[in-house]
Design a protein around this ligand. Structure first.
Ligand code: NCD
Length: 332
């Protein structure tokens, strides 16, 4: 076996059985493998040549919060690789309604399935949960959404190849947006410059800013997208997480200001035309009003391909944690 293949094989072995609960657990080597495996899945899918890598395996999706893309793309990924799916949607049809502890639910479901994807409304609720099978976070409250960050990273990678050196703007709800938190963790493995654009009340926490600094990531904060648009290679747009504005005073000020157009950050053609012609606009979706529909057919709009990439990245992750990817598949 070649040296490169050997270390790849070792890295692949180290993925088997792993939980993916936080993007902080992923090293640069891990990210490189995930990008490579996702690319393999995309190419094989385009050639109608996906092997049934997950044959006879079962994914359990446990969603205690609404979801369209994340749950369906996990399930599509599993089925396209020959696996099967069992699901609990919205928690309303599960024993959580009867007061069952999350840890008990996981213990039981891990005896029925080979891998679990879980979304839960409480931040940090997945840390410390024990499971006999790999547990993959599909979002925990406003804390993290690691698989979304991986598909965001893959989308940036497929457009720019080298992530180092990119200038990335992130606009919207940096305080409660879990996709933002995980994306920042993942991007901290690269040499990027960040432009953080938000209403002052929805800015990044001091803790996360300190983490960026300790990872030597340069970042610039502003409440005006106009000020930075010309710099950007990537503009990552998020919606205000209105469901997480539970403090009435916060909800009243921000949501009202937003509705009144005082904090209006709608990304539209007029704004984008002030930027580089090569800028790529990403959004984890769902969108509310923060990207105008006139952008949808523009080549700079990348969010629909980004959503499709969720399938390839989740195929890659499922196959990796289930130990079903051989090194020779990735070096071909
Ligand atoms: C995101 C989420 O659930 O955090 N959606 C998704 O999974 N693509 C973003 C959001 O809801 O704003």
């Amino acid at each position: 076996m070649l040296k490169t293949q050997m270390s790849l094989a070792q890295q692949l072995t180290s993925f088997k059985g792993r939980h993916i609960r936080s993007s902080k657990e992923l090293t640069l080597d891990d990210l490189n493998i995930i990008l490579k495996a996702s690319k393999y899945m995309e190419t094989a899918h385009q050639r109608h040549a996906l092997p049934p890598l997950l044959n006879n395996l079962i994914l359990a999706t446990l969603f205690f919060e609404p979801s369209t893309r994340t749950r369906l793309s996990f399930e599509t990924a599993m089925i396209r690789l020959g696996g099967n799916v069992i699901t609990v949607e919205q928690g309303t049809s599960s024993s959580a309604k009867k007061g069952e502890r999350l840890s008990d639910t996981i213990q039981v479901v891990s005896q029925y399935s080979d891998v679990i994807a879980i979304r839960h409304p409480s931040s940090n609720s997945l840390q410390g949960l024990s499971s006999q099978v790999p547990l993959i976070s599909a979002g925990d409250g406003s804390n993290e959404h690691p698989t979304q960050a991986l598909l965001d990273l893959y989308t940036i990678y497929e457009n720019f190849k080298d992530i180092n050196g990119l200038k990335i703007g992130i606009i919207g709800d940096l305080r409660f947006g879990r996709t933002v938190h995980s994306l920042l963790n993942v991007l901290s493995n690269y040499s990027v410059t960040l432009y953080l654009v938000s209403h002052p009340s929805l800015g990044l926490s001091d803790e996360m800013k300190a983490e960026l600094s300790s990872n030597n990531i340069s970042f610039y904060e502003t409440d005006s997208i106009e000020e930075v648009i010309a710099e950007l290679d990537v503009l990552y747009v998020t919606r205000v997480q209105t469901e997480r504005l539970t403090e009435p005073s916060l909800f009243d000020t921000i949501y009202q200001e937003y509705k009144d157009g005082l904090f209006n950050y709608q990304v539209n053609l007029e704004l984008l035309n002030k930027g580089k012609p090569t800028v790529k606009v990403l959004h984890p979706l769902p969108r509310t009003d923060e990207i105008s529909e006139d952008l949808d057919s523009d080549p700079r709009a990348t969010y629909m391909k980004q959503a499709k990439n969720g399938i390839y990245v989740r195929m890659a992750l499922l196959a990796l944690v289930l130990g079903r990817i051989d090194a020779d598949l990735l070096v071909k």
